[in-house]
Design a protein around this ligand. Sequence first.
Ligand code: PEP
Ligand code: MN
Length: 670
Amino acid sequence: MSDSLQSLRARLDGVDSRVIEALAERQQLVSEIASLKNDPNLPLHDAQRERELLSRLSALARDHGLDSYFVETIYRKILNHSVRFQAEHQTPARRNGTTRVAYQGVDACYSQIAARSFFAPFSTSTSLHGYRSFAAAIDALVRGDAEVAFLPIENSLTGSINETYDLLRTANLHIVGEEVLRIEHCLLAIDPVPLGMIRRISSHPQALAQCNSFIESLEECRKEIADDTAKAAMEVAESGDLSRGAIASEEAATRYGLQVIKRNVSQQKDNYTRFVAIAREFRQTDHRLPHKTSLLLTTKHEKGALARCLDALARHDVSLTKLESRPSAEQPWQYLFYIDHEGGTHEPQVGQALAEVKEYAEDLRVLGSYPRSGSAVTESFLIPPATGREDVQPKSNGAARPPAAEESAYRLTSRAQRTSDSTIKINGVEIGGDAPFALMAGPCSVESRDQIMACARAVHEAGGKLLRGGCFKPRTSTYDFQGLGFEGLTLLHEAAHAYGLAVVTEVLHPADVDAVARECDMLQIGARNMQNFALLKTVGKARLPVLLKRGLMASIAEWLAAAEYIMAEGNKRVILCERGIRTFETATRNTLDLSSIPVVRERTHLPVIVDPSHAAGRREWVAPLVRAARAVGAHGVMIEIHPEPEKALSDGRQSLDLESFKALSREIAA
Ligand code: PEP
Ligand code: MN
């Protein structure tokens, strides 16, 4: 190497050190400014000053023979960083320790690059951890192994990343920030070989799709799928095969020692991916930064329902930046809408608009209200969980929340998932929320055509719409009557049909679920099966509502976690039923835990009814318990009745005769 080259390089090193020193000095000044701006009423970001600065610097750059666009680009990055830095340095309560961030992929994948950029102002207090899949990253967050999950949510060329949306929907999580990353796909290989030598190109399917035209233009070149772009680069590097290429970032080339054969190989030069930072809890954000809000909306099954919701936003001048529909997993042909709009929930017009949308919507969930990632200045940053303030997040009537570990076992079931009560419609009757107190009745067991017909008629005359009847009985003694099985189900179905009633019946075995579901309108899971997880999963796949009875020895948390098994399989139509638990008391068959009703109503949005018959074990005590159930906020009752209780093949002692039932139903109706 010639002397002059060496000395020029040494001088260059000197210049670079001075650039870093200048940046450090700049940061020092920024932090002094930050302490002056500690007044939350002062803006963090002065757009006017920024524009002046950029134009002054562009002119200066030109005077020095530099490209002004190049200098402006660098300065935008410096300014972004300084806004985030100020925000972070004003944070009242600094995170103690490190924030762990979970992303999907290996080193140098786009998610990691985006996360690094997002967390740049807190680089010393964050650690990034790659996971195998999106679900694994979310799982780490839910388990508490990470404080933030960082996932891609949409790409400007290929659209939404449904998996992220689905994970956001099912887990009770919050979007707390976003980052938009410009994606520059490069073709990487082991050596700088001519393009014609590349025979196999691997990458993530999305990246392959984005570079399809380029790959197709190469002769005899195969596409291969990898978990993520950086993994593809890693595998190519490990293979030592000169004919293999990977589509990935330039960072991946550096990280895995590969050469960039060709830059910018995607169809469109403008290729952006938007990432979101997801946290378990709602985070306080700096309201001086421009915000964005993400919503999950379920519209009512009515004409013009979506239009009314959108109109409410428009009337309050809230502009949409995204509207996307996804099919609901719960009900065929029902749709959920993902909406992003400008403005945060702290802004009055947004608050008013959302209050109106709520009126028209079946359900509205704020997925997050967070500083937006702008094209000029990326103000996204994180502030640790707020103490006290929760903005418009669902409230639990101000009551104490259950422990996090317990609550994470029932995310979909949790009250935090939905602000409004869910209601379930069966045979035209709505159960739950503010719907009228529901009445279900019928015999413990279906015993004969005459018996079930008489009961059906009584239910009908009482104004009830739901007929219960057991055909598969979970009896303590194997020598006791086990139910008439499918024969009983046919009788039950016939009787219900004759009187325009819907059928609720217990199913005992996963293998019977489909067949039982064909002849009833709601599947009952009995107390003894509340934790029969295989059965719960099977009814979770059924397209019928499920009545989930509380286990004899189950805590409320276990009961809700059991409901979650059904919900997690996609069946969101679950009604809970309190039927008494085992205590030291032997005077009653079980102890009716009426206190569970207000607790359950606070912790979940699901409807909850009471079965006073199995709790009391004696017909005399049924009516007072019905009154009590209603008083504590149950959404309805399920009562055992029999035309000749003393002759019943099961639970006669607790069954009301038809006359007493009629009297009780009149009282309920009044
Ligand atoms: C029933 O409803 O007939 C029944 C068996 O109830 P549980 O599962 O609550 O005992
Ligand atoms: Mn019974």
